[in-house]
Design a binder for this molecule. Structure first.
Ligand code: NAI
Length: 325
């Protein structure tokens, strides 16, 4: 049996974590041969609920769970952690402006960035899920100067998976036959799901759908999917978000087997002329525990316009929290 690795999960009593934690414990993220020590973080008022989650975890008697820590102290939750999934965030309250929301979260993620910097494994892989995910990841990165900036990422995989699912439904072909999907930019309504390079059963998706469907149906459907789920379910995406987080971390840790994935990663050194100080989603492959940008893709004028719009939004978010950087 391998040596256990430590997986920290924040917002551990919330709805997304209620799905993530059990899947990590079952080996869906790091493999069925990898024992895990779960380090679960919550805020003090949610510790009772978190204890309930721990009771259920114990009741599953998962063979891969080598230990469970439940705490309201980030310094304890991130101690020696090899993986950190940052789900807990401040939701938008009544009358809260977007700038207030950005600042409230900037405070949470600056504390967590520092705690990761001081206590986590030097190779920790961090995934920020809590919204605004990209800017929260940037704050985390800026507060963790001793960690490799490449190791702090934001979740765009739900948008990526949603895009594949929409194409699969439109073309009537399996999701596994769709490759080279890219979602650029921010996890928000400005994200750009780009089918320019995508193939389905080996042939270009662009040749199989008309441009009107792409621009007027596909792009807005993917951009607005989160709102559509809230309308239908009366609650925001949870199991699908958890599944995307598992996909992101599994591929990063174990490799994407040549498949393109979308990850929000630090933009320094990107090959697409994007502002170099953002967490901006781009096409990625993963191998040997490292992510690599797909370079050299041709960007047409429509794509450039869409990529710039989402870049500008991210720069505006960065501006709103500039004092915390
Ligand atoms: P939830 O409200 O059910 O759970 C959030 C949990 O975080 C709560 O239990 C809360 O007590 C905890 N929390 C708040 N501040 C914390 C802190 N400083 N440290 C530790 N825990 C803290 O929310 P849910 O549905 O689980 O969503 C979590 C976040 O994920 C939200 O910000 C949501 O917008 C975001 N999200 C991101 C997606 C993405 O694709 N990037 C997709 C779906 C949701």
């Amino acid at each position: 049996m391998k040596k256990p690795v430590r997986v920290a999960i924040t917002g551990a009593a919330g709805q997304i974590s209620y799905s993530i934690i059990f899947r990590v414990a079952a080996g869906d993220m790091l493999g069925k041969d990898q024992p895990v020590i779960l380090q679960l973080l919550e805020i003090p008022p949610a510790m009772g609920a978190l204890n309930g989650v721990v009771m259920e975890l114990n009741d599953c008697a998962f063979p891969l769970v080598a230990g469970i820590v439940a705490t309201d102290d980030p310094n304890v939750a991130f101690k020696d952690t090899d993986y950190a999934v940052l789900v807990g965030a401040r939701p938008r309250g009544p009358g809260m402006e977007r700038s207030d929301l950005l600042m409230a979260n900037a405070k949470i993620f600056s504390v967590q960035g520092k705690a990761l910097n001081d206590h986590a494994s030097r190779d920790v892989k961090v995934l920020v899920v809590g919204n605004p995910a990209n800017t929260n990841a940037l704050i985390t990165l800026k507060n963790a100067p001793d960690l490799n900036p490449r190791n702090i990422t934001a979740m765009m995989r739900l948008d990526h998976n949603r895009s594949i699912s929409q194409i699969s439904e439109k073309l009537g072909c399996p999701t596994t036959s769709i490759e080279k999907m890219v979602v650029w930019g921010n996890h928000s309504a400005t994200q750009y799901p780009d089918i320019s390079y995508a193939t389905a059963e080996g042939a270009p998706v662009k040749d199989k759908v008309d441009n009107d469907w792409y621009v007027k149906t596909f792009i807005p459907t993917v951009q607005q999917r989160g709102a559509a789920i809230i309308k239908a379910r009366g609650a925001s995406s949870a199991a699908s978000a958890a599944s995307a987080a598992i996909d992101h971390m599994r591929d990063w840790a174990l490799g994407s087997n040549g498949q393109w994935v979308s990850m929000g990663v630090y933009s320094k050194g990107n090959s697409y002329g994007i502002d170099e100080d953002l967490i901006y989603s781009r096409p990625i492959t993963c191998e040997n525990g490292e992510w690599k940008e797909i370079t050299g893709l041709e960007v047409n004028s429509f794509s450039r316009e869409m990529m710039t719009a989402t870049e500008k939004e991210l720069a505006g978010e960065r501006e709103a929290i500039a004092e915390m950087l």
